[in-house]
Design a protein around this ligand. Structure first.
Ligand code: G6P
Ligand code: MG
Length: 218
């Protein structure tokens, strides 16, 4: 039986994926680096360092300059999340969190972001989340399974007892590598590898989701 749900944050519970994109776009424009919304699809769920590595491509920078660019992007991002509030939760997210709590399902966050905690606080969902695994929790970023394994361990559950909800290809990959079933949110081109693919959490209830996950022969 499924005993725990691990949620990615950016692009799953709230649309901060858009703010990450805008911050990278601003940095890329300032640096004259070729980047756009389409290229950004590759960055979903990808750590800050790996994101910048993908953006610079074959260009070479000193570690100092590289650090400065990561810091600058993060400043832009932090500015943009300053005013987020519970109204920034994506449709269906709050209802599902409430239903999971009343169903006795444990909930963790599994986000690569070092800004996950302040975002959770601003969204007002801290009381629904038992464990936060974030950008400080493990060394190896998604698509490595480490972050989700850490979250399961902190919840006191076996990987097979947990499912992951993700909007990123790298995150779906990480979940499956951890031995967890994955609910992918978004187009199949992005999350098609997931156990179950949905467009969003809108209208999703736990009973139905659990039933569709369990009906699949793995
Ligand atoms: C999440 C987001 C990525 C972001 C990463 C690191 O996975 O989906 O877009 O690059 O976290 O976030 P941070 O806030 O630490 O730069
Ligand atoms: Mg995400």
């Amino acid at each position: 039986p499924i005993k725990g749900v691990i949620f990615d944050l950016d692009g799953v519970l709230t649309d901060t994926a858009e703010y990450h994109y805008r911050a990278w776009q601003r940095l890329a424009d300032e640096e004259g680096l070729v980047f756009n919304r389409e290229a950004n699809e590759e960055l979903r769920g990808v750590s800050r360092r790996d994101s910048l590595l993908k953006i610079i491509g074959t260009k070479k920078y000193s570690e100092e300059k590289f650090q400065e660019m990561m810091d600058r992007k993060n400043r832009y991002y932090v500015e943009s999340i300053e005013n987020i509030s519970p109204t920034d939760l994506l449709p269906g997210a709050m209802d599902l969190l409430k239903e999971l709590r009343s169903s006795g399902i444990k909930v963790a966050l599994g986000s690569a972001s070092k800004n996950a905690r302040p975002v959770v606080e601003k969204l007002g969902i801290g009381e629904y989340i038992e464990v936060i695994a974030d950008g400080f929790s493990v060394q190896e970023p998604k698509p490595a399974p480490d972050l989700f394994l850490f979250a399961a361990q902190e919840l006191g559950l076996e990987p097979g007892e947990c499912i992951v909800v993700e909007d990123a290809g790298a995150g779906v990959e990480a979940a499956l590598a951890a031995g967890m079933r994955a609910v992918g949110l978004g187009p199949v081109e992005r999350v098609g590898e997931a156990t179950v693919v949905l467009l969003s959490l809108e209208g999703v209830n736990w009973q139905d989701l659990q039933a569709s996950l369990n009906s699949l022969v793995l």
